[in-house]
Design a binder for this molecule. Sequence first.
Ligand SMILES: Cc1cc2nc3c(=O)[nH]c(=O)nc-3n(C[C@H](O)[C@H](O)[C@H](O)COP(=O)(O)OP(=O)(O)OC[C@H]3O[C@@H](n4cnc5c(N)ncnc54)[C@H](O)[C@@H]3O)c2cc1C
Ligand code: FES
Length: 282
Amino acid sequence: MKKIIKELNIYQPHSARIIKIHPQIQGHRLFLVKFEDDKISRNFTYKPGQFMELTVFGSGEAPFSLSSSPTRPGIIEFCIRQTGKVTDSLFRLSPNSLIGIRGPYGNGFPIEKLENNDLLIVAGGLGMAPLRSLLRYVLDSRERFGEVTLIYGGRNPDDMLFKYELLDLLDSPEMNCLLSVDRDDSGTWPACIGPVTALFDRIKVEARSTYAAICGPPIMYKYVLEKLFERNFSYDRILMSLERHMKCGVGKCGHCAIGYKYICMDGPIFTYQEALDLPEAV
Ligand SMILES: Cc1cc2nc3c(=O)[nH]c(=O)nc-3n(C[C@H](O)[C@H](O)[C@H](O)COP(=O)(O)OP(=O)(O)OC[C@H]3O[C@@H](n4cnc5c(N)ncnc54)[C@H](O)[C@@H]3O)c2cc1C
Ligand code: FES
């Protein structure tokens, strides 16, 4: 009887252990986490672009995108910015601490649609967190996708998430990796210097056979969308990850609702065409 009640409680998190914590840029850390129950760990899968509700016991829970890829099962990763109650408590934990996780939630990127197409990934700031999952997925299943291009920009080299991992991709034959910083006082940055939008002038993409996946701060969308429209991208080939304050993550509390859509269930990934019906979210 006890087991049945547990299975019916959709809010019950699973126990998970923090395996490692990698410092990222100022105020951001990458948490490597593993389910305590081996069976759950083995059977757990997800799509790039999905998120989990993460609980710090005694503080509360909040949604975070999966930054790892299901192509590398076992350990799941979250890239987290310290912003408030839950993340403050999370940043006080150390490896081996127990946390709770439930999910995965949300629609994720439509991987089946993306297959056999070219892919243009455009990230700004923390938008790299969900897009790193997509990038890893695509690189791990390289033969199923066409040309892959990443555009990612930051204010300076110390502002780039996953910096060394991405710098390693600069010369990769597998993809076209374009990284840019607004300024580099150290004079050691090996990639581009200038506004991230300038990187668009360096890429060749065929709008009819390319999907664009975008995630970043709201201001970035305006400029990136302009660049994509200049290249005649159709609205249904532009995929955007939209964030909204969430509570339950499972379509029950109504916290994330815009009109008749629940961002936690219908999103967080929307085509630009769909986002036109969600003006508050863009
Ligand atoms: C689908 C999704 C994926 C996400 N992925 C990531 C991720 O990968 N990494 C990451 O770092 N963050 C991510 N976030 C954001 C993260 O969930 C929030 O920053 C979360 O609020 C952090 O919890 P907290 O208790 O630490 O901060 P909070 O105490 O919730 O405060 C965070 C900020 O939000 C403001 N705020 C809180 N509640 C509200 C409200 N109801 N209305 C308006 N403003 C409010 C606060 O003033 C503060 O500025 C994601 C959010 C969503 C919805
Ligand atoms: S967060 Fe509760 S309905 Fe979406």
